[in-house]
Design a protein around this ligand. Structure first.
Ligand code: SF4
Ligand code: FES
Length: 240
């Protein structure tokens, strides 16, 4: 076990954990946005800012990405930390002012309205959808597209591959700002994404007649599990 200090309190944590993990275990609250416990941390939103002592000075870092170290000293509620979090959330709020999740973070930090004027966008580029698709679904259907020389785009974005996407809706579930939404209409699932609308045919249960998932998702599950698609003719409710 590693011993570190968080807000002056000695905390023990297993090697390989992050400051965020150690703080959570000790009951110390650190807000997050681009973090999900089942995914590798991305460290993009900076909402989880904390200060760590390096040599004689205190530096800002992100609690969700920084691993615990013996003797590490961490501050989670200093004025510098709060300022950094307020700035991160204010920038996010300026881009996505109607997001419930961001508004809630802003409210907790005492921000009523952003003082910046930024171009509003649905996607805040947290990459939770990219990581969920890659690490949980295993399809790698979503790509982060960065700006760069020779790239014909105005701003970075995330892009769903029409070929690879199976319409499972994990990305919509992971997205903290409703930049990806899903709706099932009749035999069709519609996935609204930052890169456009995708449509998928839904599979009908042979027993109850309910549409329960996409045909592409069944093909994917059958492929990775070595089963046949016919085994999924009946929905999970009717199978029990
Ligand atoms: S679509 Fe949602 S989950 Fe994906 S990067 Fe944008 S905000 Fe994050
Ligand atoms: S939650 Fe840590 S950087 Fe976003």
């Amino acid at each position: 076990m590693i011993k570190l200090k968080i807000d002056g309190k000695v905390v023990e944590a297993e090697q390989g954990l992050t400051i965020l993990d150690a703080a959570n275990q000790a009951g110390i609250d650190i807000p997050t946005l681009c973090y999900h416990e089942s995914l590798t941390p991305g460290g993009s939103c900076r909402v989880c800012a904390v200060e760590i002592r390096t040599n004689r000075k205190w530096d800002l870092t992100t609690a969700c990405t920084y691993p615990v170290e013996p003797g590490l000293e961490v501050r989670t509620n200093s004025e510098k930390v709060m300022e950094a979090r307020r700035l991160a959330v204010e920038l996010l709020l300026a881009q996505r002012p109607h997001s419930d999740r961001i508004r809630e973070l802003a409210r907790k930090l005492g921000i009523e309205e952003p003082t910046f004027i930024l171009k509003q966008r649905e996607c805040i580029l947290c990459e939770l959808c990219v990581r969920a698709c890659r690490e949980i679904v295993g399809t790698e259907a979503i790509t982060f597209i960065a700006q760069g020389k020779g790239r014909d785009i105005d701003e970075p974005s995330v892009e769903h591959s029409v070929v690879k996407c199976i319409g499972c809706d994990s990305c919509a579930y992971a997205c903290p700002t409703e930049a990806i939404t899903v709706e099932d209409i009749g035999d069709t699932r519609i996935l609204n994404t930052p890169s456009g609308k995708l449509e998928f045919r839904l599979k009908k249960c042979k027993t109850c007649g309910k549409y329960w998932t996409t045909e592409k998702q069944i093909e994917h599950i059958a492929k990775i599990s070595g089963t046949s698609v016919e085994e999924y003719d009946v929905c999970p409710d009717c199978r029990d």
